[in-house]
Ligand binder design. Sequence first.
Ligand code: SF4
Ligand code: SF4
Length: 407
Amino acid sequence: MREVPLKTGRIAPWRRGVQWLATLLVLGLPFIRPGGESLLRLDAGTRTLLFFGAKLRIEEFHLFLIVVLILVFAFLFVTMLFGRVWCGWLCPQTTLGDLADWIERRTRNLPAPLRAALRQSCFLTLSALVGANLVWYFIAPPEFFVRLTAGNLGAVAGISLAVTALVVYLDLAFVRRRFCKSVCPYGRIQLMTMERGTLTLEFDPELKGVCLRCGACVKACPTGIDIREGLQIECINCGRCLDACRDVFAKRGRGGLIHYTFGPVGADGSRPVNRKALLLGGVLLLLVGLLVFGVTTRQEATLKVQRAASGEVKRLPDGSLVNFYSAFLENRGSASRTFSLEAAPLPGYRVELVGPVRGLELAGNANRKIGFALKVSPAPAPGTQVELKLVSNGKVVAASPLPVAVQ
Ligand code: SF4
Ligand code: SF4
């Protein structure tokens, strides 16, 4: 039988630290507003995803898709490398469950009516905070509080907040870890993503004889499993059994029997390489590269043109031809800019734009419709096109062809 390694360090402080950090990040991210804009928020009004400094319009669907794929692949990558570490260390469901357990422990010795009142008010406050936190990812917190105090949060935001708060309250009061154990689909997905080198908790079978059968590991397990029977789907990699066992053996001056492992150690002392994770990591890097490329090379502004609804064409006494159009301009940058519309020269003709085509001020991320006319003299042949340019600071930022109708 192997000597029991002396591992006495506790996992709990690390896990709690990670949980605090993740919670503060999720709560605080909408409040971090460099340049007055949230780091991460989907602005429903302007249909824009604010993604760490980049503003992605819903029209830029390909970038949206890349962001979603990055999130999916990152999730799979972390799962393949670290198993259900998400569940035990990061998942809001686990953190809220831990918090609810803590509240129950702290109020255990209070008189029954006070205990119930305190617990319920804590659960309600937490639920309302989670509901508000969700809405902050759609409505910026300063605007949220102004609208909330004025009583005009809006039906969609109000219902989302209320439904989320209700679901979280029911979860805290009645469900908690039963959800992880029997409902959460992530545990099932994990089975598909597991590899030999994935991080798991292990009860070393070689040390079976050393086990005191005290049951401390089973008692500590939030999902009620016995890690000594091998890895089970319900295990959320929280490490509580590891701490419990180390506590038991620490009194005897020895290390615990349960440890984290990236797969079994081979005869040569090496561990299996997590090939699928390497592959996923590669795809993830590629997607991040694509997103960076897409964001840095995206158009600063867009220009779309269509003929005016009337389709009217005017021939003037001097022989020139006038067509009418509507131009749709969009400033995709975050700063306000001034634009102007210019027609490219057409050899042999005099082209002129008539209308409010100069000094077009557009706030960041704003769009505007402009009505204007194109005068060409003499009247050109059918099928002629004039190039319309959108110019800002002397630079052409977008262009669109203007088909010239002759009648
Ligand atoms: S077996 Fe251990 S790591 Fe897995 S859920 Fe139970 S206490 Fe957490
Ligand atoms: S806590 Fe350790 S010693 Fe106690 S039953 Fe579990 S594995 Fe055995």
